[in-house]
Design a protein around this ligand. Structure first.
Ligand SMILES: NC(=O)c1ccc[n+]([C@@H]2O[C@H](COP(=O)([O-])OP(=O)(O)OC[C@H]3O[C@@H](n4cnc5c(N)ncnc54)[C@H](O)[C@@H]3O)[C@@H](O)[C@H]2O)c1
Length: 264
């Protein structure tokens, strides 16, 4: 059974679940944290600072300052959550960066940008999963949701670090799913198309072209963070109990649109 919003939209049930969302202060992570609160979960958002978007569900999201590249800080947060709730049911690996200075061919990139993106986008997911998995294995239950990207599957110019790491997020999903499937832990990923978040706004401001970005999606617009959140909620819920190792593209048809297709 699912909860239903006043609008009639279904909210997949995650009642009483303890949910960790990395990068929950804004964008897709914030929509995921908010939707989990609406579904009855206890939500802890880990993020860098105090820039949280506010909603009516805000007070119910516990926000902890934590850089996912800092193993000790991650350990401390997990210890705190475990002490408070004695469980971690869902980990959403969402925090990732695509700085404007990364939009260049790889030979022009500063190594410091490459290292930071690797540390957050690749090792951050691994670090959080490694710390949370022993708890999930002891519980004999848990779900890890990794935010990948359409750029994990199809390439574009000037995403030479971001795209391959997003592919690695899909392979992390498959690898961990296979590894832990018999021990009650499911691992899934979601690959969004372009979604209206500060990350995308920053790149549009740098590069221009919002209309053309929307037009590349067969649906004719970019997505909303809430549209990614509802997929994550379903994947984390028991309604998706037979789903593991899967990547779900939430992309307005972008991935179905072939390179040979006539542009809209
Ligand atoms: N927006 C899109 O169009 C889009 C498309 C495909 C995939 N994604 C993926 O979705 C996820 C969220 O993207 P978004 O657009 O909401 O990004 P965003 O930049 O708007 O928000 C990311 C959040 O992560 C936090 N964060 C960054 N580094 C961190 C760190 N080291 N430790 C803790 N928190 C950190 C930021 O402070 C921010 O609150 C990412 O994994 C991204 O790759 C986004």
């Amino acid at each position: 059974m699912a909860n239903v919003r006043p609008s009639g939209q279904v909210i997949y049930k995650n009642d009483e679940r303890v949910v960790l969302v990395t990068g929950g202060a804004q964008g897709i992570g914030h929509a995921i944290a908010t939707s989990f609160v609406e579904s009855g979960a206890r939500v802890i958002s880990l993020d860098l600072g105090d820039h949280s978007e506010s909603t009516s569900s805000e007070s119910k999201i516990e926000t902890l300052r934590c850089d996912v590249t800092d193993t000790e800080a991650c350990e401390a947060v997990i210890k705190h959550v475990l002490g408070k709730y004695q469980a971690i049911d869902v980990l959403v690996n969402n925090a990732a960066i695509q700085p404007v200075e990364s939009y260049h061919p790889i030979h022009q990139l500063d190594e410091s940008v490459i290292r930071r993106m690797t540390d957050v986008n690749l090792l951050g997911y691994l670090r959080m999963a490694r710390l949370v998995l022993p708890i999930m294995l002891q519980q004999k239950s848990g779900v890890i949701v990794n935010l990948a990207s359409g750029q994990a599957h199809r390439t574009a110019r000037e995403v030479g670090v971001y795209g391959p790491i997003k592919s690695a997020n899909v392979m992390q999903t498959r690898q961990w799913a296979v590894e832990y499937a018999r021990q009650g832990v499911r691992v899934v990923s979601v690959s969004p198309g372009a979604i209206d978040t500060p990350m995308v706004r920053a790149s549009l401001e740098a590069q221009g072209g919002e209309a053309s970005l929307a037009n590349r999606h067969p649906i004719g617009r970019i997505g909303k963070p809430e549209e990614v959140a509802s997929a994550v909620l379903w994947l984390a819920s028991d309604d998706a109990a037979f789903v593991t190792g899967t990547d779900l593209e939430v992309d307005g048809g972008l991935g179905a649109f072939g390179a040979f297709a006539d542009p809209y």
